[in-house]
Write a protein that binds this ligand. Structure first.
Ligand SMILES: *Cc1c(COP(=O)(O)O)cnc(C)c1O
Length: 307
């Protein structure tokens, strides 16, 4: 479904990298689809298969109004000729923002709920009320992380990627990171960059690994100092970095996930975190559909492919 392997890996050239004798590459999941976060397709792949196997005609999931996961679910459902329903936090505003407008064009039907109901969205009573309303749908959790999502993200790395010593990814719910970590080859290390503020993410990842009985041949480390104020928060320094990265390497990042991760990696390289000879790959998980919404929301122009 919508994933063409192999995903291109781009090697970056820069004097800092040469100076530190470090190789830095980008696994371009953003090229899996022009707009959808590449990691989301890996997360959806086995869920969609299961929905079809169970003869469910509708995918139902949850998200905020700018959610990459909502958009990816709309794309995936459309590609597989399934219906999709997005339960969206907050009120409907007209016109719809870029994310929702395009998801709607793809056929997604929205149901807007207030923040309090949204918090209780996974409770039986609420899910039953959705069943009454929308019939027998296939449920995908907010952010898309579940057992089958992790099975999908375990396929992001392939044999070629065993050459790398460090595999870097941004962390939202942690489903992508858990899949990457559990699929590492011997002595590889997964580095996770949390987009959310707080140390709770360490426990969340521990729980996720335990819950899904995931082990690894490699090791991992999580960085929590590159959130720029919290989820969907930003600072000028981050935006400037994204522009610099684009002008240096011709790669567009997003301000929610990949921009923060790339900033963190570059910072760690400057601070000699990586031994010389390290071969680092950063997973560009995509998310570029959200850039238009970010600009609508903040007035800040971001690099874009059409620029
Ligand atoms: C959703 C998303 C992530 C985070 O993935 P999780 O599995 O929730 O941790 C990272 N990058 C992008 C671009 C995303 O859309």
């Amino acid at each position: 479904m919508l994933i063409q392997n192999p995903v291109p890996v781009q090697s970056l050239t820069h004097t800092l990298l040469a100076e530190k004798a470090i190789q830095l590459s980008v696994k371009r999941l953003d090229l899996v689809h022009s707009d959808v976060s590449g990691n989301k397709f890996f997360k959806l792949k086995y869920n969609v298969e299961k929905a079809i196997h169970e003869e469910k005609s509708t995918l139902l999931t949850f998200g905020g109004a700018f959610s990459n996961h909502i958009y990816a679910t709309a794309e995936a459902a459309n590609a597989e000729k399934l219906l999709s329903i997005g339960i969206i936090r907050g009120e409907r505003t007209e016109p719809l923002n870029a994310t929702l407008a395009r998801a709607e064009q793809l056929g997604m039907q929205f149901h807007f709920i207030d923040r309090k109901s949204y918090r209780n969205k996974m409770e039986h009573e609420f899910l039953d009320s959705l069943k009454d309303k929308f019939g027998n749908f296939y449920l995908i959790p907010e952010g898309g992380t579940n057992e089958l999502a992790i099975k999908g993200t375990q396929e992001i790395l392939d044999l070629e990627d065993e050459q790398f010593t460090h595999v870097c990814s941004s962390i939202g719910t942690g489903g992508t990171f858990a899949g990457l970590y559990s699929s590492l080859a011997n002595s590889q290390k997964a580095l996770g960059f949390s987009s959310l503020k707080g140390d709770f993410i360490h426990q969340e990842i521990t729980d996720l690994l335990q819950q899904h009985k995931l082990s690894s041949l490699g090791s991992y480390e999580i960085f929590t100092q590159y959130h720029f104020g919290g989820y969907a928060k930003y600072k000028k320094e981050l935006i400037d970095f994204m522009w610099w990265f684009y002008e240096s390497f011709d790669i567009v990042l997003d301000p929610i996930y990949t921009g923060k991760m790339a900033f963190g990696i570059w910072d760690l390289i400057q601070k000699d975190h990586f031994p010389s000879g390290s071969k680092i790959v950063m997973i560009h998980s995509g998310g570029l559909q959200g850039n238009a919404g970010f600009t609508e929301r903040t007035g800040i122009k971001l690099p874009s492919l059409s620029a």
